[in-house]
Design a protein around this ligand. Structure first.
Ligand SMILES: C[S@@+](CC[C@H](N)C(=O)[O-])C[C@H]1O[C@@H](n2cnc3c(N)ncnc32)[C@H](O)[C@@H]1O
Length: 212
């Protein structure tokens, strides 16, 4: 029922539109073939940042800066987004998006493979960790997220339904397997209380509540 196209159109009609920096960042991402989150997922990111009064957010996979702008729109005005990107041309687009929105001073943009950059970030210092880079590496990002999140912090991951492929036993490529292991890892972890929102390509959200 929720996947009904009429409902999707109705919900989109109620949603607040993109401002000009968001629209431009989405257009540039499309042009560069970067799969940005859909606007309805961006609204979830902004909502979660606002609801948690987030001051410190880590984003794994900057792309063209589209999701980063949604986060910054919901974060505390003094909050800092730390965003990691492996591709310098994508990083340049993201930096352009942040400059156009006048938020450059609130962004720490790191260039390099996520698994090399994440160990440089401080333990238990982040309100939100958002996972949106290499799908096969999601299980490793999960381990880093647990180290980075403060108690009560929120893990968010995009594409966890992967166009339905995670639910198809005939699909076993490394991205799909990585996403399955990630979803299972969150579900089975007693320190994480999570669920999957069937919005966009599936958004996993989980609160980090360490037992010790
Ligand atoms: C799905 S796109 C991110 C889209 C962005 N979050 C948005 O919604 O606007 C994934 C990004 O992750 C980057 N990426 C892929 N592998 C990576 C890695 N190992 N480390 C860091 N970034 C990576 C890609 O270059 C790409 O820009």
């Amino acid at each position: 029922m929720l996947n009904d196209q009429r409902i999707a159109t109705y919900l989109r009609g109620l949603a607040e539109g993109e401002d000009e920096p968001l629209r431009a960042a989405r257009a540039r991402s499309e042009e560069a073939d970067i799969p940005a989150v859909p606007a309805e997922s961006g609204a979830v990111l902004r909502f979660l940042a606002r609801a948690t009064h987030a001051r410190t957010v880590v984003e794994i996979g900057s792309g063209g800066g589209y999701s980063g702008l949604w986060f910054l729109g919901g974060m505390d005005p003094k909050g800092i987004l730390t965003t990691i990107e492996i591709d310098s041309s994508h990083q340049a687009l993201a930096q352009q998006a942040f400059a156009e929105a006048g938020v450059t001073s609130r962004v720490r943009s790191l260039l390099g493979p996520a698994l090399q950059m994440l160990p440089k970030l401080a333990d238990a210092a982040y309100d939100i960790v958002f996972v949106d880079a290499l799908k096969s590496e999601y299980p490793e990002y999960l381990e880093h997220a647990k180290r980075l999140l403060r108690p009560g912090g929120v893990l968010i991951a995009d594409n966890v339904l992967w166009g339905g492929r995670v639910a198809d036993p005939l699909v076993d490529d490394e991205d799909t397997e990585g996403l399955r292991r990630f979803n299972d890892g969150v579900t089975e972890d007693p320190d994480l209380a999570g669920l999957i929102l069937p919005i966009g390509d599936g958004i996993l959200v989980a609160v980090f509540q360490p037992s010790s």
